[in-house]
Design a protein around this ligand. Sequence first.
Ligand SMILES: Nc1nc2c(ncn2[C@@H]2O[C@H](COP(=O)(O)OP(=O)(O)OP(=O)(O)O)[C@@H](O)[C@H]2O)c(=O)[nH]1
Ligand SMILES: [Zn+2]
Length: 204
Amino acid sequence: MDAKSPAKPPESRANLRPSREEAEAAVRTLIAWAGDDPTREGLIDTPKRVAKAFGEFYKGYHEDAAETLDRVFDEAGGYDDIILVRDIPFFSHCEHHMVPFIGKAHIAYYPKGGVVGLSKLARVVDIFARRLQMQERLTNQIAEAIDTGLDPRGVAVMLEAEHHCVSMRGAHKSGVSTITTSFTGIFHKDPAERARFLSLVQHR
Ligand SMILES: Nc1nc2c(ncn2[C@@H]2O[C@H](COP(=O)(O)OP(=O)(O)OP(=O)(O)O)[C@@H](O)[C@H]2O)c(=O)[nH]1
Ligand SMILES: [Zn+2]
């Protein structure tokens, strides 16, 4: 599997989705596997809560980035310079351990036909972050969705995140930051544009 595409698009999995009862039974099994008693009072409602929490963590499977980017404003006074939205907080879950990775996204684009509402870029981050992910794929999916949705002159995406599967378990290294980037259009072609993006991201 490459870093860009999940094995199957989420929409084709709708009929494979287990019932809520099956999901709650699976949580009871994991509680027992962890070593506790899923029938004790403090844990009795936990499967229900976990299934509900999964609904939030993995909400992105039921959302469509193209729809979010559908509304373009044509009247931005002819503005055609870079637009950078930085420090967008996100959380996701790694597909290897289902443990959170948490960080910030920085997104820039050069508009061509029009501009999009700033909040929509943050929404696109969440649509892809709220799935089981690899940071590399998440970075590419955000860039591709904006590139397809807005047809801009170029898109730049940078994610920086801490993977809790590296800090809480396994290698047990905390404070490790992973940075990934994805560039399309003029950001891909022109090193000076990439440098401009990087300097604006770092400018405080
Ligand atoms: N490239 C990449 N690796 C990730 C990401 N999230 C988690 N990983 C890594 O995925 C790897 C999975 O490695 P495996 O050897 O299959 O699993 P493991 O035995 O649990 O690995 P350890 O974490 O080293 O204990 C680990 O090195 C994780 O750090 C990600 O977004 N991108
Ligand atoms: Zn992991």
